[in-house]
Design a protein around this ligand. Structure first.
Ligand code: NDP
Length: 453
């Protein structure tokens, strides 16, 4: 076996985490090889956050057009052409791809296109060549799971929804997590008849219960037909479209189906067995707080480790690894107080404890506010904004903030700093309101809606 080249670090997977780790390691002087099977960018840039948000922007245009008349504009045409959106999105992703390629080249990271496989200690094979590195970092992310329900492999995944030439007339979304809620809302706003079938009573398992209720109202107001508590038996494809057969004998029909039943870590054909790494029950690579796997010299970050599957977390894990191993500074990525957003319409954003989690920890006070935002009230829309603040009574610290409403992700990102800094309810009360905004409600909440304990 000839070794083509030797590096300080080989990174497998050029998604957000792999790119961040490579660049940070190179900035510390490491000689880095980054190997990617397809294009640089990963799920977030190519098949996730970025194109999804561009599609969400497209869907929000509908209400801009319909509300324009109330603001004094003449009628505006509202026909949506998804093929034009797809073309424009592809062009934007090409632009972003070129930016990433340039950033990597400027950082001195060497990029190789091909499928990488670990073939032994410090050894990786790609395109028939062998490369050696003292450290190997796995950052291969995840992919849609396609085996939860018999026949579900025939359904679209989120990857397909982002590549459409034509919209279906009707769409059945299976699942009720981030991807299900986001695409149900977006496609409904784009004019598709959307229904959503899920096992639980409410969508968005793990989120605050009130926020889940609010999500139901928002989805229904967008025209999404909800089928909670469903037990799927099989998905059948017929000439007339799809039929999801349920355990109670009913079936749900639609022209197209989106499989949003979760994602699985990408570990196939990675050669984990060659270094003795065993995946866990979810198929993920187990790691410690420093992202070390059980194999000496091999680390893993991001969705392939199934910790907190969000882009900024993968980036933080990648940079912590690089700073620790090459920067002479021990850093661990924190998984506490990670804010997240669901880009439905209106969007949801959340940070910290849910009400149920806060109650378990001790006495707490819950402040809520619900109102029709000025812009929507003016046009006669019934859309409402919901806000919730949870305060630990003993310390007066704000331990949870939840919101559904216009600009929720932008507002909660700012408030995330307050939570990270340990702000108290008194700090919120002492903050001058900025008027007229929705965000000001968070500093104007005087009386608790509920007191626990
Ligand atoms: P989630 O884990 O959020 O949701 C999966 C959904 O599928 C749940 O509703 C689950 O139901 C359901 N499900 C799973 N298996 C079955 C089955 N066999 N039959 C029926 N329903 C099933 O996964 P997503 O794919 O939506 O998202 C994956 C990850 O990607 C998220 O965890 C998130 O971290 C990340 N993401 C983040 C986004 C953001 O930040 N805005 C956007 C998109 C993704 P149940 O609750 O009953 O188990």
């Amino acid at each position: 076996m000839t070794i083509s080249n030797t590096f300080d670090l080989i990174v497998i997977g050029a998604g957000s985490g792999g790119i961040a780790a490579s660049r940070r390691a190179a900035s510390h002087g490491a000689k880095v090889l980054l190997i990617e099977g397809t294009r640089v960018g990963g799920t977030c840039v190519l098949r996730g956050c970025i194109p999804k948000k561009l599609m969400m922007y497209a869907s929000e245009m509908r209400s801009v057009f319909s509300e324009a008349a109330a603001f004094g504009w003449n009628a505006v045409s509202t026909e949506f052409d998804v093929a034009r959106w797809t073309q424009a999105k592809d062009k934007e992703l090409d632009r972003l791809g070129a930016v990433y390629d340039q950033m990597l080249a400027n950082s001195g990271v060497q990029t190789l296109h091909g499928h990488a496989r670990i073939v032994g200690k410090q050894l990786v094979e790609a395109n028939g060549q062998h490369y050696r590195a003292e450290r190997i970092l796995i950052a291969t992310g995840g992919a849609p799971s396609t085996d939860g329900i018999p026949g579900i492999e025939q359904a679209w995944t989120s990857d397909d929804i982002l590549q459409l030439d034509a919209l279906p007339q009707s769409l059945l979304v299976i699942g009720a997590g981030y991807i299900a809620v986001e695409f149900a809302s977006i496609l409904a706003k784009l004019g598709v008849q959307v229904s959503m079938a899920y096992r639980a009573d409410l969508p968005l398992r793990g989120f605050d219960e009130d926020l889940r209720q609010q999500a139901v109202h928002a989805l229904e107001s967008s025209g999404v037909q909800l089928h909670p508590g469903m037990q799927a038996q099989a998905l059948l494809k017929t000439e007339a479209g799809f039929a999801l057969q349920l355990a109670n004998g009913d079936s749900l029909r639609a022209d197209a189906v989106l499989n949003a039943t979760g994602r699985r870590p990408n570990v196939r054909n990675l050669g984990l067995e060659s270094v003795g790494i065993h995946t866990d029950a979810a198929g993920a690579i187990p790691v410690d707080a420093d992202s070390r796997t059980t194999a000496p010299g091999v680390w893993a970050i991001g969705d392939v480790t199934n910790r907190v599957n969000l882009t900024p977390v993968a980036i933080a894990e990648g940079r912590a690894f690089a700073d620790t191993e090459f920067g002479g500074r021990a850093v661990q990525a924190s998984h506490a107080n990670v804010a997240s957003a669901v880009f439905c319409s209106p969007p949801i954003a959340t940070i910290g404890l849910t009400e149920a989690q806060a109650m378990e920890k001790g006495p707490c006070d819950v402040y809520t506010s619900q109102f029709r935002p000025m812009k929507k009230a003016f046009v006669g829309s019934q859309e409402r904004t919901y806000m919730k603040l949870i305060v630990d009574r003993a310390s007066d610290r704000v331990v949870g903030i939840h919101m559904l409403g216009a600009d929720a992700p932008e507002i909660i990102q700012g408030l995330a700093i307050a939570i990270s800094a340990g702000a108290t309810k008194r700090d919120f009360d002492n903050t001058m309101a900025m008027h007229p905004t929705s965000a000001e409600e968070f500093v104007l909440m005087r009386d608790p809606a509920r007191r626990h304990g």
